[in-house]
Design a protein around this ligand. Structure first.
Ligand code: NAP
Length: 548
């Protein structure tokens, strides 16, 4: 592992006794853009990253089949004209390896590689009231100090293993999708493979593993709605046309609520004649990408009756693709409507279950009792496996913060502050934690991730510029601001069907200690509303920020 090797002298007065002006934790998309922005302000900035390479989720999630399921040319950075001009996307939905190459291309274009410190895990971050600065300590107790701390930890960073007895007992190969080995390829050839989890990750992995595995068993607890991705390669001519269209694509992504090229159809499904409704759904079904989710009739997301219409229509698509009606019914979600959880996309997923070498085990019917040295034991049999894959998701949004001991003013810990749920101002700052900013943290506007990052980083950069130019060395939200923001975040969930469904987006994680329950951890207001809120604060002299 690397180490923090700066001065431990955080003695008072002036930024120059500190090691840096800005320390950034995490070298994913947020960290990279933050570093570029801070350097453009002329500040001394450094990223601390625990991985052996940059890229964040696209570094860690190298499981088979990992790729974008948003169109590549919408799910990218837009701040650099040079990168827009020079980077060619190979596929409509970029594969993980190519995305990681893209991220490294951005890094090298901006010459920031020397400012990214790898193999260094931040264990604690402590605010020092005397020097108004942060000190980070790594796994060896080495320290670095800076005026500002910017957490770019990512919302889906801390993988969770299932709380099933015997997880540690399995003697075959076992992998969590988010910690896929980098030092050796994994071959499924002639192997008996099992996979637990059917979220977006599980569905991508299943499709790839099924191509070569001897036999594949899919352990499904909750069926998810999934619909065709329709990926294809991008020819040179097509890329030229896409690039010519960048201004329009980017404008759409910057102005639609979820940050995609598509926005909801302004009509209500319930007020649209059945033939027109189904015509739209059929058109979307035959198009690539998340259009089938994001560009739907607007009442699909708020009205159960409208959602039922679409869900039933989608269920018939599944029935038409799966030969065995019993299996088809198992694959049709019964606990939530279409689009009330993050919709994974697929290529031939349902047809896999027509094969004799792919078996679906519904763990609601036959729960997993335990994992043994060579098998997954359900209540009816022991399924022997050579490889077991956990696609069991993440301790989303707050999990990555819990891994670091943050100490704010008066030694208060962030874990204590957030024990009953996140408390933030604009999702960007936390009370009692001065000079600390969170990018993509809980209660912050999100949707299309790179666009959400560009806005949040841009906002923090403007604020830091304002503070440094005014020689302000202390900024923290006041209690009233935090209360108002928290109330606003809760209000944004009202009327949304998705707010009443268990998923990582509603803070539900059955594998964490304690009773699993839904929590408001995510901002459901969309990017447009989020930006309006933040701009209003900036226009009012950064209302509810206390500065010194
Ligand atoms: P996830 O959506 O949380 O799915 C985890 C899966 O594991 C669920 O099917 C869950 O079942 C199952 N599971 C967890 N614990 C279990 C247990 N003890 N027993 C049985 N099943 C268990 O996680 P994910 O699939 O990694 O996706 C997370 C997010 O990452 C996605 O929603 C998406 O935002 C992002 N992602 C993006 C892409 C992309 O851009 N292409 C690809 C992959 C992921 P339950 O549903 O019953 O809990």
């Amino acid at each position: 592992m690397g180490e923090l090797n700066g001065s431990t002298d955080t003695s008072p007065e002036g930024a120059h006794s500190l090691d840096y002006d800005v320390l950034i934790i995490g070298a994913g998309l947020s960290g990279i853009y933050t570093l570029i922005s801070m350097k453009q302000l002329g500040l001394r900035a450094r990223i601390i990253e625990r991985g052996c390479g940059p890229g964040g989720v696209w570094f860690w999630n190298r499981y088979p089949g990992a790729r974008f399921d948003s169109e590549s040319y919408t799910y990218m950075f837009t701040f650099s004209q040079e990168v827009l001009d020079e980077w060619d996307w190979k596929e409509h939905f970029s594969a993980q390896e190519d995305t990681l190459r893209y991220i490294n291309f951005v890094i090298d274009k901006h010459d920031i590689r020397p400012d990214i410190q790898l193999n260094t895990e931040v264990k604690s971050a402590r605010y020092d009231e005397a020097t108004r600065s942060w000190t980070l300590a790594d796994q060896q107790g080495k320290r670095l100090s800076a005026r500002f701390l910017i957490n770019c930890l990512g919302p889906l960073t801390s993988p969770t293993l299932p709380s099933i007895p015997g997880v540690a007992d399995f003697k075959g190969e076992a992998y969590h999708t988010s910690r896929w080995p980098q030092d050796h390829p994994v071959s499924f050839e002639d192997k008996r493979v099992g996979i637990i989890g059917t979220g977006a990750t599980g569905i991508q992995t299943i499709q790839e593993v099924a191509k070569t595995a001897g036999h594949l068993t899919v352990f499904q607890r909750t069926a998810n709605w999934t619909a065709p991705l329709r990926n294809s390669t991008i020819s040179r001519d097509e890329m030229t046309a896409i690039r010519a269209n960048y201004p329009e694509i980017i404008h759409k992504c910057k102005t639609t609520p979820m940050g995609f090229m598509y926005e909801a159809d302004p009509r209500n499904a319930l007020e649209t004649p059945a033939n027109e409704r189904e015509e739209l759904w059929e058109t979307h079904y035959n198009q690539r990408g998340l259009i089938k989710w994001v560009a739907n009739f607007k009442d699909i997301f708020t009205n159960q009756e409208a959602n039922d219409l679409y869900s039933n229509w989608m269920a018939n698509k599944i029935r038409a693709r799966v030969n065995d009606p019993f299996i088809a019914e198992k694959l049709i979600p019964k606990t939530h409507g279409f689009g009330t959880r993050r919709v994974p996309l697929e290529t031939g997923y349902y047809e896999l279950f027509n094969r004799a070498d792919v078996k679906l085990v519904d763990v609601n019917d036959t729960p997993i009792k335990r994992i043994t040295a060579g098998a997954v034991e359900t209540t009816v049999d022991a399924i022997e496996l050579d490889i077991l894959i956990y696609a069991t998701g993440f301790d989303a949004l707050t999990g990555s913060y819990e891994e670091i001991d943050y100490y704010g003013e008066g030694g208060v810990t962030l874990n204590d502050l957030w024990k009953d749920g996140p408390l933030t101002y604009l999702g960007l700052m936390a009370p009692g934690f001065p000079n600390m900013f969170n990018i993509l943290g809980p209660h912050q506007g999100t949707g299309n991730i790179p666009h959400a990052i560009e806005y949040a980083v841009g906002y923090v950069t403007r604020l830091v510029k304002h503070l440094t130019e005014a020689n302000i060395t202390y900024v923290v939200p006041d209690q009233q601001g935090v209360e108002l923001w928290t109330k606003h975040v809760f209000e944004c969930t009202k009327g949304l069907l998705s707010a009443n469904v268990n998923s990582w987006m509603t803070g539900y994680n059955s594998n964490k200690k304690g009773k699993a329950q839904r929590r408001v951890v995510r901002y459901f207001g969309g990017l447009v509303k989020f930006r309006e809120q933040c701009e209003d604060v900036a226009a009012n002299n950064y209302r509810h920020l206390v500065v010194k």
